[in-house]
Design a protein around this ligand. Structure first.
Ligand SMILES: Nc1ncnc2c1ncn2[C@@H]1O[C@H](COP(=O)(O)OP(=O)(O)OP(=O)(O)O)[C@@H](O)[C@H]1O
Ligand SMILES: CC(C)(CO)[C@@H](O)C(=O)NCCC(=O)O
Length: 412
């Protein structure tokens, strides 16, 4: 199979770059895109690269092959606005990132890698509107591949978040497994990861990001997810939630380890008040809802970690959106239930695991004439210590649409 970019030498809409390896993750709420754009004339010969790497302090064993330079791009769209996504693909000429499958009956067909339920649901739409076929990759496989890639290859990808403090976690590549991956999308998947391609989906819950957004929309009339999230900043959940102290007359129930401020019953105060329904403020509702969903996921995750003796839990999925209160609630839940034994960690490219996994499944094919050996960050801090095939630097916020990171691709 060839990448289309290998055989066509066309330019995309950004001058000076060529698109390759477009991959999609089409979920219940959001469509995520990842693609690589090669800088023109970025291909370096060994001598050029050697002297450049020496100046960067990169180990020679990692850099003895030819190199391409470019950017890994990230973008997302609401699944309900799939036509905007199709238009984005068309206008940016991203189909150059597809490939021809010469083994298929009609070898002029273009394929792009896709994962998530929408790869099945929308296959006909892609064929009809863009004349391309989706080459489907398993969703859990892609999530795990994406997580392992980010954890091993991207500098400062994982971090803890507690009491407003963000701390980056140094990942020891020789001591990464096993871990629990909790992907909070519309629904939640909990996956025990034991190695590259070695995993089991051990649990899940239907109370996920879709529940927060769906219930939030019904209860607050917010027009979009960001508005609902923003609203939660200003809210006070204690107006809506029934606390242990509300039941125990302001005191802790210390005998069983419950402080007066622990939520005894999410939304429980709404039944015991004499307030009119209109008196409940949307910001307080949003905050209670966010707390309820995050707390529940944190608790179920911990119970699954306990089930398998896992100490590390990585939380991903676009529900999190790098949101302080969400991460704090999840961290507190894990800390509380594990009595400090287990640790909640978050990923900076939280929503792109599946799309990155689908992107990585192109690896067996060539990238602009090179058989991909590995991709590294262009201005690496510690390239030689990593043991995987693809490495990248992170220099931006993955929540912005059309965000990108700089990479070098090593070929054989
Ligand atoms: N702009 C947005 N619009 C809608 N939901 C958003 C947005 N940003 C974040 N979210 C949250 O992210 C969730 C979707 O996350 P994600 O993209 O990881 O999952 P998905 O792939 O759509 O879902 P699934 O894997 O269950 O099919 C939504 O349910 C919502 O809670
Ligand atoms: C159905 C999927 C896997 C689709 O991404 C996801 O939404 C999910 O894990 N939902 C939770 C299903 C459950 O285990 O109850």
């Amino acid at each position: 199979m060839d990448l289309l970019a290998d055989v066509s030498n066309q330019q995309n809409s950004e001058p000076g770059s060529q698109i390759s390896h477009l991959a999609l993750d089409i979920g219940g709420s959001l469509i995520k895109l990842v693609y690589f754009s090669r800088n023109n004339d970025s291909r370096r010969d060994d001598d050029q690269q050697k002297s450049r790497n020496e100046s960067l302090g990169v180990s020679q064993s990692d850099t003895s092959q030819p190199v391409l330079e470019g950017r890994l791009h990230f973008a997302k769209f609401e699944t309900s606005k799939i036509n905007d996504c199709l238009e984005f693909i068309r206008s940016k000429k991203l189909l150059l990132g597809g490939f021809h499958d010469h083994t298929a009956p009609s070898s002029d067909k273009i394929f792009i890698k896709a994962t998530g339920g929408g790869a099945y649901k929308f296959a006909d739409l892609f064929k009809e509107k863009l004349e391309i076929s989706l080459d489907k990759e398993d969703e859990m496989d892609c999530l795990v591949t994406g997580a392992n890639f980010l954890l091993k290859a991207v500098h400062q990808e994982a971090f803890t978040y507690l009491d407003g403090q963000k701390e980056f976690v140094q990942i020891d590549h020789n001591d990464l497994y096993p871990y629990l991956l909790v992907n909070i999308g519309s629904g939640v998947s909990m996956i025990k990861v034991d190695g590259d391609g070695k995993f089991e989906r051990v649990s899940g819950t239907n109370l996920g990001g879709g529940t927060f957004w769906g219930l939030g929309r019904l209860l607050t009339k917010c027009k979009n997810f960001d508005e609902l999230l923003e609203l939660s900043h200003q809210g006070n959940n204690r107006v809506i939630d029934m606390l242990v102290g509300d039941i125990y007359g302001g005191t802790d129930y210390a005998k069983v380890g419950l402080s007066a401020t622990t939520i005894a019953s999410s939304f429980g105060k709404a039944i015991s008040d004499n307030k009119e329904l209109e008196e409940y403020k949307p910001e307080d509702i949003s905050r209670s809802l966010l707390r309820m969903i995050s707390n529940n996921i944190g608790q179920i995750s911990y119970l699954n970690a306990l089930r398998f003796g896992l100490k590390r839990i990585f939380f991903a999925g676009f529900f999190i959106r790098g949101h302080a209160y969400t991460m704090d609630t999840i961290s507190v839940a894990v800390h509380f239930w594990s009595k400090g034994e287990a640790k909640a960690m978050f990923l900076r490219h939280e929503g792109f695991l599946g799309a990155l996994g689908a992107f990585m499944s192109y690896e067996k094919q060539s990238l602009d004439g090179l058989m991909v050996h590995k991709i590294v960050q262009r201005f690496p801090i510690s390239v030689s210590s990593a043991g995987d095939k693809i490495y990248c630097s992170l220099n931006s916020d993955s929540n912005q649409n059309d965000d990108s990171i700089e990479c070098s691709v090593y070929g054989t």
